[in-house]
Design a protein around this ligand. Structure first.
Ligand code: CP
Length: 324
C-alpha cells in the first residue's frame, strides 16, 4: 500500500507484518545510538491541524530514528489562519519535495482526500481525522496487547485470536474506538463496547463487536479494558454528562479493577481525564499500560514509515545501522 488511511484497509497479513516489523524497530531503542539510516535523504512532513501531544512527538521521534528529514507544520501560526485551503497547503509542501505527509485533521476524510485527490505524490499517513480513524493508535494498541497478553514471539496466525477486549466510554466521538474495532476484529479478538446509550453511534449494531451498558458484568470477562475520554470538545454542552454521574457508572476505580482477571490490563490512548474515566490509583497502577503504549507508538510509527517509504530492504536485522 502507498498510504495508511484506515485500520479497516489492513488485511490480517498487513497488520501482522507491521506488528512484527515494529518488534524489530523496538530493538533500536535498546541501542546506545537509537538510529537507523533507512530513510536518509527522505523528507517527512508532520501536518497537524488539530492539537496532539503523543502522536505528533511520537511520529517525529520515529522519523528521526529512521534518519528522515523532518518538517513540522501546525495550523496555528500558519497561513491556514488566513484562510489557506488544505489543497494549497498540501501543494506548497509538495513544491518543497516531501516524500510522506503525516496528517491530523479535525475533518473526517481529510487524509483520504489528500491521498486520492492527485494534489500531491507523497505517501499519506492518517494521524487521526475527526471521529473517523486513527490507524497507528490501533496498531500500537494491538502491539501492546500482543506483548502483554500473548508474548513477544506471538507467532503468525495466533495474534490476539479469541482475546476479549472491552472499550469503555465515548464511542460516538472516538476515532480510536473505530480503528480498534476494525483492527482487533481483523486480528481475531472479540470486542465489547460499553457506553451510555447517548455516547454510542447510530448503526453500531452493524459493527463487528458486542455492545453492553453494564461495565461491572463485562470486567470479569475481559483480557484488556481500554478507557476512552469523553470528548467535550466534539459535544453539545447540553449532552455532556457530569463527572460524578459518568464515573459512577463507567469510570474505572480500584474496586472495579479488582473485578478483572489477574492477567488483564488497563489501557488508555491518552489524554486521560483523571477522576472521570479513570482514577489516579488505576492510572498509576502496574496494570495500566498508558505509558507503555506511548513507547510502543514510536516503534509502530517507525514500522509504518519504513514499510511505506523504505523499500524492500530488511528493516533492522540485516540493515547497517548508523553506528556501523
Ligand atoms: N492518543 C493520541 O492520539 O494522543 P494525542 O491526541 O496527544 O496525539
Amino acid at each position: 500500500q502507498r498510504h495508511l488511511i484506515s485500520a479497516a484497509d489492513l488485511t490480517r497479513d498487513d497488520a501482522v507484518l507491521i506488528l512484527d516489523t515494529a518488534e524489530e524497530m523496538a530493538r533500536v531503542a535498546d541501542r546506545p545510538i537509537k538510529k537507523l539510516p533507512t530513510l536518509r535523504g527522505r523528507t517527512v512532513v508532520n501536518l497537524f491541524f488539530e492539537d496532539s501531544t503523543r502522536t505528533r512527538i511520537s511520529f517525529e521521534a520515529a522519523e528521526k530514528r529512521l534518519s528522515a528529514d523532518v518538517i513540522n507544520f501546525t495550523a496555528k501560526g500558519s497561513s491556514v489562519s488566513k484562510g489557506e485551503s488544505l489543497k494549497d497547503t498540501a501543494q506548497t509542501l509538495e513544491a518543497m519535495g516531501v516524500d510522506a505527509v503525516v496528517i491530523r485533521h479535525g475533518a473526517s476524510g481529510a487524509p483520504y482526500r489528500l491521498a486520492t485527490s492527485g494534489w500531491i505524490d507523497a505517501a499519506v499517513v492518517n494521524a487521526g481525522d475527526g471521529t473517523h480513524q486513527h490507524p497507528t493508535q490501533a496498531l500500537l494498541d494491538a502491539f501492546t496487547m500482543r506483548r502483554r497478553l500473548v508474548g513477544r514471539d506471538a507467532g503468525l496466525g495466533k495474534d490476539l485470536d479469541g482475546r476479549r477486549i472491552t472499550l469503555v466510554g465515548d464511542i460516538l466521538h472516538s476515532r480510536v474506538a473505530r480503528s480498534n474495532v476494525d483492527l482487533l476484529h481483523t486480528l481475531g479478538a472479540e470486542v465489547t463496547l460499553v457506553a451510555p446509550p447517548t455516547l454510542l453511534p447510530v448503526g453500531v449494531e452493524t459493527w463487528p463487536c458486542e455492545v453492553s451498558y453494564d461495565l461491572d458484568s463485562t470486567l470479569p470477562k475481559s483480557d484488556a479494558v481500554m478507557l476512552l475520554r469523553v470528548q467535550r470538545e466534539r459535544m453539545n454542552a447540553a449532552f455532556f454528562p457530569t463527572e460524578r454521574e459518568y464515573s459512577r457508572r463507567y469510570g474505572l476505580d480500584g474496586e472495579r479493577m479488582a473485578k478483572m482477571p489477574d492477567h488483564a490490563i488497563v489501557m488508555h490512548p491518552g489524554p486521560m481525564v483523571r477522576g472521570m474515566e479513570i482514577t489516579a490509583e488505576v492510572a498509576d497502577s502496574d496494570r495500566c499500560t498508558a505509558v507503555e503504549q506511548v513507547t510502543n507508538g514510536v516503534s509502530i510509527r517507525m514500522a509504518v514509515l519504513y514499510l511505506l517509504l523504505g523499500g524492500n530492504e530488511p528493516a533492522v536485522t540485516h540493515a547497517r545501522t548508523s553506528e556501523e
